[in-house]
Design a protein around this ligand. Structure first.
Ligand SMILES: [Fe+2]
Length: 271
């Protein structure tokens, strides 16, 4: 059975994702959530990687007792060796070393204990949450992918559980851009899927559409409602922290943080 999270019927839940070691953005987003009086927060993975302060970000999420889902970067940072698919990329290896050293051994172990998926019980059915897809940490579903990929987000797999009910909605992170879709194409491959909601809350620390952190609020008394929120923050404050840290791949991080545009660090590389 997947891990369940029960939210009282009159309460909302904030869904955040992909903080990527950007502490300044996380603090701004949590302040925005707090100002709205929202008590429940879930993080959809990729705590570290890319930015200068993975340990501080992870510690803040743990201190706030925010449930965290396992992301592809959480997987990278909790391993001791470079995965084969990254190939021979010394600069990437250096960046991973920095991230792993910052996180430290104890928190690396804590990363490995994060769940693959969570299910929210609160609305007229369950909402399933994971980092990238039901098929794997590295199986990515982008906005313009074929509709079948979006149907696949509802699959009952070994990773999310094979003995699970069909969710009314699926939320994920990973792609660092927000999206909302309702399955409604006619003729429907599976008519019982009609109207199911798919949402992506974008990224707190490394948004790749505009350089403004995003998150989602799930609420609603009759059914599932979603509000996507943008939280402007002090980008140059985060850039100063990155410069002070002397982290590897500094220029790429500054560029992405300032522009919201992906800067390749070699191929193939994760986001
Ligand atoms: Fe990510």
């Amino acid at each position: 059975m997947p891990r369940m999270l029960s939210i009282p019927p009159d309460q909302s839940v904030a869904i955040i994702a992909d903080t990527h070691a950007n502490l300044t953005a996380l603090e701004a987003v949590l302040a925005n959530i707090d100002a709205r009086g929202i008590e429940h927060v879930v993080h959809l993975g990729d705590v570290g990687g890319k930015g200068p302060r993975p340990r501080e970000v992870f510690e803040l999420l743990l201190e706030r007792q925010i449930p965290i889902i396992y992301g592809n970067w959480d997987d990278l940072l909790s391993r001791r060796v470079q995965p084969d698919f990254l190939g021979d990329q010394p600069l990437m290896a250096e960046a991973l070393d920095y991230q792993r050293n910052q996180i430290g051994t104890e928190l690396q172990k804590a990363l490995t204990r994060l769940p693959y998926a969570l299910e929210l019980q609160r609305f007229s059915g369950v909402v399933r949450l994971f980092h990238a897809s039901a098929r794997g940490l590295w199986v990515r579903v982008r906005e313009n992918d074929p509709l079948e990929s979006f149907y696949g987000l509802f699959d009952a797999t070994e990773l999310v559980g094979t003995d699970v009910e069909l969710p009314i909605g699926v939320g994920y992170g990973d792609i660092h851009t927000t999206l909302v879709k309702y399955l409604r194409r006619f003729p429907e491959p599976t008519p019982h899927m009609r109207g199911k909601m798919i949402f992506n809350v974008g990224s707190v620390g490394n948004p790749l559409d505009i350089p403004v952190p995003s998150y989602g609020i799930l609420h609603g008394s009759l059914g599932l409602e979603l509000t996507l929120v943008r939280v402007p923050y002090d980008i140059e404050l985060e850039c100063s922290a990155a410069i002070r840290s002397k982290m590897p791949q500094l220029e790429e991080y500054l560029q992405e943080t300032r522009t919201g545009m992906y800067f390749p660090r070699g191929a193939p590389l994760p986001i």
